[in-house]
Design a protein around this ligand. Structure first.
Ligand code: FES
Ligand SMILES: [Fe+2]
Length: 355
């Protein structure tokens, strides 16, 4: 499988990294990470250049890693600082290092050409630090599926009524139109379900006594960060689309990290404008999300297995597939663009193009 590599992916939560060496695989590249005594997290190629023992099987000595086989030692930048048995350090005795940025308790890693690693491109939202909102880091969900099916599921409102009937959806939304816009940087699918009973989530959060208006806005930031803006407000208020802050509003955020062709980690979290001082509410929401996401995992893993079987006929696509189709196309274009090295625009080319 081809992955988009020139992208910031989530390598884990800040709390995942301390003194120990942590092995990770992202876009099929093996990594070892640790937090240096200076407080920053570093990520290195998890492969000793000598006999290829993963460095994560070695020992941390101060801010270096000593290989667990013959003791070659590498610093946090990947430079070899010691080769036992000789004084010189061969030029090719190094491991790759990867750019890391830590923000809001999230550790981001750049998997592509380090020259293009621009921290300004890291996903951010003002609500992460807005005192009227509460951000809560959830968990890491391991899914035996490739990441495209996982990300696609997150721009697909149509599955919610069928896969999550007790938590995130109910029968009221089955035939409510889904709107899709692919014009901007993100792929957006959304719908409003007006004047219907609250879904399980908003029976627990919101104290609604009667029918509600409910919205779901699915933003997919390429390559694989999904923000699901969903919420409810009393149907009697007839909330306008742009006034969603006046309702109970939640951003469920999924940082989808491709592991390899058959595995994905969904780092999920949520930000809310309700019960902002209530840690018990965070735990309750985690429980509901865990239930809903396990429903997705069951579907996605079964699909992944089915896709690996010999296919007599091609799968079909239906009206609801607009968002996912555009998503796949954009990913193909990004992978294609990375297939060759970008050398910058040529100066005074003598090649004249007419279309
Ligand atoms: S395999 Fe790492 S030092 Fe030999
Ligand atoms: Fe789902």
């Amino acid at each position: 499988m081809n992955f988009v590599r020139n992208a910031w992916y989530v390598a884990g939560w800040s709390r995942d990294f301390a003194d120990d060496l942590v092995a990770r695989c992202i876009t099929d590249q093996r990594l070892v990470l640790f937090r240096r005594s200076t407080g920053d997290v570093v990520a290195l190629e998890d492969r000793c250049p000598h006999r290829l023992l993963p460095l994560s099987k070695g020992n941390r000595i101060g801010d270096t890693i000593q290989c667990g086989y013959h003791g070659m030692t590498f610093d946090g930048a990947g430079h070899c600082v010691r080769v036992p048995g000789q004084d010189n350090l061969p030029k090719s005795a190094y491991v790759e290092s990867y750019p890391i940025v830590e923000r809001h308790g999230i550790v981001w890693i750049w998997m592509g050409n380090p020259d293009f690693a621009d921290p300004d491109k890291i996903f951010d939202l003002p609500e992460f630090t807005d005192p009227d909102w509460h951000a809560h880091l959830g968990d890491a969900l391991h899914i035996k599926s490739h990441y495209l099916n996982v990300a696609e599921n997150l721009v697909d409102p149509a599955h919610v009524s069928f896969v999550h009937p007790t938590t995130l959806g109910n029968a009221a939304s089955e035939n409510v139109p889904v709107h899709v816009s692919t014009a901007g940087e993100t792929i957006l699918a959304w719908r409003w379900i007006r004047d219907a009973p609250p879904i399980g989530f908003f029976q627990n959060f919101g104290n609604f006594s009667g029918n509600v208006d409910r919205w779901h806005y699915y933003h997919l930031h390429l390559p694989s960060t999904a923000v699901i803006d969903f919420g409810s407000s009393d149907a009697a208020l007839s909330l306008a689309e742009d006034d969603r802050d006046q309702g109970v509003r939640i951003f469920a955020i999924h940082f989808v990290t491709p592991v390899d062709a058959d595995n994905t980690i969904d780092y999920w979290m949520h930000i809310r404008n309700t019960a902002t001082d209530d840690e018990a509410a965070s735990a309750q929401m985690d429980t509901m999300f865990r239930k809903a996401f396990s429903e997705d995992v069951a579907v996605l893993e079964a699909i992944h297995e089915a896709e690996a079987l010999p296919q007599k006929r091609k799968p079909i696509r239906i009206a609801i597939d607009k968002g996912p189709n555009v998503y796949r196309k954009r990913i193909r274009e990004m992978v294609e663009a990375e297939a060759t090295e970008y050398l910058g625009d040529p100066e005074a080319p003598t090649f004249v193009q007419h279309d």
